[in-house]
Design a protein around this ligand. Sequence first.
Ligand SMILES: [Zn+2]
Length: 1019
Amino acid sequence: MYSRIASIRSGLHRKFGHRNNSSGILKKKENIYKNLLPGKLYHGFICTDVEPIKEYNMTAYFLTHEKTKTEYLHLERDDPNNVFSIGFRTTPQDSRGTPHILEHTVLCGSEKYPVRDPFFKMLNRSLATFMNALTGPDYTFYPFSSQNEVDYRNLQKVYLDAVFKPNLERLDFLQEGWRLEHEKLEDKLSPLVFKGVVYNEMKGAFSETSSLFGQKFINTILPKGTYGNVSGGDPLCIPELTHTQLKNFHSTYYHPSNARIFSYGNFPLELNLKFVNDMYLSKYEYLDSKNSVVKPQERWKMIQRTSTPCRVDQYGGPVEKQNQIAMGYVMSDITDVYDTFMMTALAELMIIGPNSAFYKSLIEKNISGGYNSLTGYDNQIRDTLFVVGLRDVEKTNFDLIENIANQTIEDIHSKGFGREHIESVLHGFELSIKHQSPKFGLNVLFNLMPLWNHNGPILKALKVNQLLDQLKTNLMDSNYVKDVIEKYFILNNHKLIMTMQPDPKFDDVFNEAEAKLLKSKVKELTSEEKEHIFRDGIELSRAQKKVQNLDILPCLKIDEIILSKTAPTLKHTVSGTIPLQLCEANTNGVTYFKGVLGAENLSEDQRALLPFFNYILDKFDTKSYNYRDFDKFVSKTTSGLSFVTHVTEHIDLEEQYEQGVLISSHCLDENLPKMMDIWSEIFSQPKFDNSKRMTMLFGNYCSSLTNGIIDSGHVYAMQAARSLVSSVDACKESLLGIKHIMNMQQTQKKYKVEDIQAIVDSIGKTILKGGNLRAAVHYSRNNNEFHEEIDKFCVSMCQNQDCKDVNRINFMDSMVQSKENRGLHVSMNIPVNYCAKVIPTVSYMHPDYAKLRVLSRFLTSKYLHPVVREQNGAYGGGAMLTMDGVFNFYSYRDPNSRLTMDVYDETTDWMDKNVSLVDDQNLFEAKLSILQQMDAPVAEYMKGVELFLYGLSYDIWKTQRERILGVNRDDLLEVCQKYLTPDKWSGKCVIGEGASQQLCKNNEAWEKVSGPQEKDVTC
Ligand SMILES: [Zn+2]
């Protein structure tokens, strides 16, 4: 896993996403570490700080290991979802991907656990609620969370041995990093090619344009030291890395003196301290870690400009409009906690929503497809960045955009921000502190890690209320705002303007460079080295196929698993004609509203535009407000409104489904009356007659659709494949998949803005009715007025309605598909493929469903992961069973396509030959990996939501869980033969340039889809 370029631009997507992301109030337990006092020594650690963090009801303990100086932060909180993590500051001085490849190879076996890939093996031997390893721009860390203490200790053993005592064998380096290998392993005469998991992973990462832009931008604006390099590895530099360099990097950076250890939750801290000290830290001497320190960059005296090419987006708009521009400033040092907190708020005031200055000046000018993914405030690295950028712009507008941006900053400097606007942003912070998430511990870790990595004051950063008080005072002072804008923008010359332009030859350029590198590598080889490469290939393949003894790895036992989930207390009533599901929960003073609006009465034309309707529903004038005031009202009193296209199949009856819109919002208890007023505004139909705004929003919507396809290519591939075997999925595909993107491009050509307005308006008239709504509310005990408010809303919604029927879940029949084996090749100019095969089986309630579900996990870990990933070089491969009973095979960033499809088709053959693998332990592991999902903690505001959305009650869930535990060896073999033989009706999909590898087989009917801009690439 590699998070650098993927996560770095998270600033704006998570609306209030920094350091105060989410939390909850949990009853404070008596301090169980009464004897942990500052200044005292515990298992080699000196406790240097004990501080209560009142806003989150927790206590922070900061300790330093006496001998090695390892830092340790423990957050004690009465939360059963405990977290543990160890991280290192890893600051590469080149782009060979050393930290990333190291992150992969330390998980390939260690002194105590010398098995291949103990990390992936543990995925099936644990009830972890989270397990991962992440490479950031300047750190690598290994976090996990679990509610089960035996499990927690097991994982701790494996993780710590992996990072401190990895085997780092040469074959692991070849498998995970890079290698030269014969295209046909056994054939010395076949050409040599580059292979390796990280090598392919990074090829994939570099083909996502937004990732590439983010990477290039950081490398250019912070060119000195580690940020000038690609920590994940540039595919053209990775083949320079040697096995010895990797081992040296490990001994320098993965040293206790360069480590930071974190734990969170209600398990006893002292056991952690004792374990890490006795087993590892006490055996090391101190090593000065100054070589990993990142120094702040010297600020530029002059603004700089540069341009970089990218691939043509074949599924995007016209190529001449596919340019991007980003204007960025280097801001405060990450260790300046208050300034980074303040900048988070400032960035929101400047960028987000129709009241922000940049939205008004840049977005509403309608010369782009909206903000690009770099836009926002990034405080994940030492020198924090503010970036504003646009996608889908014409080159001729670059200068204009830059001038507007400069003018906007001048305007903010002279006019400041409106008071109401400031209040709404501050309200967002307050609400997010109250909003509970079961991932609180992990969120804190992710938010603290970048700061801690540079020795920032992490305890100060946790005291959000203090920061917020200071912020309130400052933002209301117009001179303060003026000074900040002057300092960070007007007088700041460390500014980069970077443009990105599509180059039809982009892939050729890479391919040529890769070929050249390959040629030079091969040319250097002596005949002896060639012989080595040939033998390595064979040896690696053998090692990958060798059956291993996994008994040395710890594993949970069946009696250590306890069913802790209980049935939520739900009340079902009807108000007006609106069915209500009410759940009193520990929501920490927040009320949550959800609703489903039926969309079964829409015509085809209307349905095609439903996702767009959802996108704009809260962006127009309403009965009582213009759109700017409406936005202020919404963000001052709620979390914002959410509208999501909702298509769900019946859990029992095949080919029955519901389609609609899921609406939701939450607010502080005292704002409930206002939140319901907001919903009343929406229900009385926004005015869609502002055609200028409609044109702009439609353009932005279409422009946003292709972003992220490559990051989630397997999801799109499975969705497209399912649409060939299920008409419910065909419906989903046209609303959420590749098909939807294609449809929207047609719509852009076919319709005038008046047509779109008319359709959107008619959708609103059809579905925005009280009689078409069912709702669910989660509320806290002390919210006394809640019943009255909800009732008032429901009754008013149902006045003057002709329909007096109560609206439950509205399932409808779907069309039956013809049982023909079809395939879809979604042609795309990317260097890797995403392959999917899907087979319809049985519905969720059918007794075979649980067996198939266990089978999907078994096949993933015993067949698909070893063959598709380890042997054939894809980044990932597996199987899953969707709620509608479709069995899905998938691969991720896969250099193959035909070969992978064959692997899918040969599943039952493989099973016949490997019956012995279906033993008690493997069966148990497959079940355990399902229980990980089923037993994962549920947020208070999500209790009973499965019943509300899918009709899935606690009892049904519990039966499913019992069935999963009851699946035996014969069941697995039986359902495999019964449902997965190659003659079964199936759908297939390949996204990528897979066509070069003959996809069609037997009598399958394959269809090829090309993006509208493909001609511009091939010419
Ligand atoms: Zn990775």
